[in-house]
Design a protein around this ligand. Structure first.
Ligand code: PLP
Length: 496
């Protein structure tokens, strides 16, 4: 299994190298032409546990890892930190199916990948004598998932920067109470974009050179890394197996998946599963008001020159869906020249357009729809009233889009990407329209309790317990001091 750039077949890497590098030198993403030759025999994995299914799929997609390495990584990633034994349980939502991806340590789907990536990186580093320092900016969710995944992993450290006073109470506590001997967590005076640009600058700073001279390499953990993508293919197979075992479908029968989408990573994993033989009928791409993908999948024109909306499904507030590049690579039959042209056009003009033939090929598999905040709240409320299921705003976007796009007679699985308790206030307000004046200025825990009381559901332990945990990460710095901060942490505080 050789990986190469989506933009150039000459830039090659094996799976370990691709995981350590993340992005290709030419700006492209790592893909492998062997993907379409792989066939996962569903019968063969039908009775396997989540972990054993994961091991099987990893051995196919990341063959440079020995059997022992893969087994060890899977055991470490999908152990105690998940609140549900089946890792990604499949339940019902009305007549449809809900794939619950939020039982990891931070209660969002990113855990499934970010519990695994650090394990894969650590194994790829072994014997090299090198250390990696992950530097990440976060608007709230990804940073925490990365912290949980990288904490106490051998040979790796992590520094997370978030905008001071601009994350929710619960997100703040998630980060400020973070444990781990190899982690640094720091608020910066500025907004998320400032934090993001600050981190980008670190990669071309003197600090970068000083660190690498000491064998510490700055890296990132973003969602284009194949070490994040591969773990996400597993739960598509898992949900299909469960539908078979419960006789909802017979082996070989097709199903639809509806995926709340931002960077196109999660839904791309579904496409990979299809390429590996999973009987997928349609992949329904659900967007919020930042509906650049809906327009693209309907018209063939990708145009990011539009207003950016801050929504109640913030993890989908994205105008450049990086992983789309991989889908375009595969549907175009591996046309690197085309991909380079499209991506150049995107970076120069913010726009590109594909041919009608290519669009038709994409539309054979991908459907798309979107929901604005008002429609999202409506969908959240309807789901609760009609099915008794409490879902988060990201999943609610998917719920609305699923209802409008699923195919008659074909079972549909909705990927549920976050616990509703991560967004207590918005969820509460969507379902109940009380106008109590005593609710003004209440914190996240107030809504957590109210939501629990009124719906009779129990908040995840990982969020409930935050209230009693000590705040141990109190650093707040100016953007200009990020370089000094990371050096000090790397040399004095982080224990690799
Ligand atoms: C990241 C995220 C998404 C979007 O997933 P992509 O892989 O970026 O498309 C959806 N919902 C939640 C809760 C997320 O954290």
């Amino acid at each position: 299994m050789i990986y190469h750039s989506t933009r150039n077949k000459e830039e090659k890497a094996n799976s370990k190298e691709a995981i350590l590098k993340g992005l290709c030198n030419d700006g492209g993403l790592f893909v492998s032409d062997s993907l379409t030759d792989i066939r996962v025999d569903i019968n063969e994995i039908m009775e396997l546990s989540y972990k054993d299914t994961a091991k099987k799929i990893f051995s196919l997609l990341l063959p440079d890892y020995s059997e022992d390495e893969t087994a060890d990584a899977v055991e470490n990633a999908y152990g105690e930190s998940f609140a549900d034994e089946s890792i990604t349980p499949l339940t019902k939502i009305g007549e449809d199916h809900l794939l619950e991806l939020y039982h990891g340590p931070t209660c969002a789907f990113k855990d499934v990948a970010l519990q695994m990536l650090p394990q894969l990186m650590s194994k790829a580093l072994k014997g090299s004598g090198k250390k990696i320092l992950i530097a990440t900016a976060t608007s709230g969710d990804t940073g925490k998932a990365a912290l949980e995944g990288f904490k106490d992993v051998e040979d790796i450290g992590i520094a997370v920067f978030y905008p001071h006073g601009k994350v929710s109470d619960i997100q703040y506590l998630q980060m400020a109470t973070q444990e781990g001997k190899n982690v640094a967590v720091c608020a910066i005076n500025g907004n998320f974009d400032d934090a993001q640009s600050g981190v980008k600058r670190l990669f071309s700073s003197d600090a970068y050179t000083k660190l690498s001279d000491s064998g510490i390499f700055l890296s990132s953990a973003n969602s284009i890394n194949i070490g994040r993508l591969v773990p996400q293919t597993v739960y598509y197979f898992e949900s299909y197996k469960k539908l078979c075992r419960e006789n909802v479908i017979s082996l070989g029968q097709e199903v639809d998946f509806c995926v709340p989408t931002g960077n196109f990573g999660d839904v791309l994993a579904g496409y990979y599963a299809k390429l590996m033989g999973l009987p997928v009928h349609s992949l329904i791409v659900a967007s919020n008001e930042n509906n650049v993908l809906t327009d693209f999948l309907h018209t063939g024109v990708y145009d990011r020159n539009r207003e950016f909306h801050k929504t109640i499904s913030p993890s989908m507030d994205i105008l450049i869906s990086s992983n789309l590049e991989r889908m375009l690579y595969y549907v175009s039959g591996g046309d690197c020249t085309l991909i380079s042209e499209l991506m150049n056009s995107l970076s120069e003009t913010g726009r590109y357009e594909i041919s009608p033939e290519l669009l038709l090929k994409i539309q054979e598999i991908f459907k798309a729809g979107c929901a604005n905040d008002l429609e999202t709240k409506e969908a959240l409320k309807n789901a609760y009233r009609e099915t008794g299921r409490l879902i988060d705003p990201h999943t609610a976007v998917g719920y609305k889009v699923m209802k409008e796009n699923k195919t008659e007679g074909i079972p549909c699985v909705l990927l549920s990407t976050a616990s509703p308790y991560k967004f207590c206030k918005d969820v509460y307000e969507a379902i109940y329209d009380d106008n109590e004046s005593d609710m003004d200025g209440k914190d996240g825990f107030y809504y957590m309790e109210k939501l629990s009381e009124r719906t009779g559901t129990i908040p995840p332990e990982a969020l409930r317990s935050l209230k009693s945990r000590p705040v141990i990460r109190k650093d707040v710095i100016d953007i200009k001091d990020m370089e000094g901060y990371i050096l000090k942490e790397a040399f004095e505080n982080i224990r690799f």
